[in-house]
Design a protein. Structure first.
Length: 164
């Protein structure tokens, strides 16, 4: 068994990795925010008769077709996001950012709805369930760490004050 490193190097490592953990948690928080907005938008549309029918068919899919449907929106939106980045690089920053934001929120809305409908079928796949549970545990851990930081508390307080 290798010797334990001195406490000093651990605290140095923690100080060096803390910004990365915060950055990762902020990205997850942004993704969760887009996910929530997307779900709210899609819930309104899902009450329409045609979409109720589509939802019924999606929820009835077996695991592997459900997996394909779950992955499809992300794959289809990747070129759109790359084109948005290309537009930014080509001197059209407002257009590029607008396309990227719409694709991100729209993609999150679509993926969130499909995930909600296909999750029961997807979780019947043992490998998917294992990785899903690991991802959720890591995400919850990172978001918990972020929510404990002074930065997050101050930001939340400011956000609440602005809403009020």
């Amino acid at each position: 068994m290798p010797p334990m490193p001195p406490k000093r190097s651990r605290s140095l490592r923690n100080r060096l990795l803390s910004p990365l953990v915060v950055a990762g948690a902020l990205l997850l928080l942004l993704e969760e925010w887009c996910w929530d907005i997307g779900l709210a938008l899609v819930r309104q549309v899902a009450s329409w008769p045609l979409f109720k029918l589509i939802d019924t068919h999606i929820a009835a899919l077996s695991p592997y077709p459900a997996l394909c449907l779950f992955v499809l929106p992300a794959l289809l939106l990747l070129p759109v996001k790359l084109l948005a980045l290309f537009a930014i690089g080509a001197g059209y920053p407002v257009t590029g950012v607008a396309v990227f934001v719409v694709a991100k929120i729209g993609g999150a809305a679509l993926v969130a709805r499909v995930y909600f409908l296909t999750r029961p079928a997807l979780l019947t796949l043992p490998w998917f369930a294992r990785w899903h549970n690991r991802f959720i545990a890591i995400k919850d851990d990172w978001l918990g760490r972020l929510r404990q930081t002074g930065f997050y508390r101050r930001s939340s307080l400011t956000s609440q004050q602005v809403r009020a």
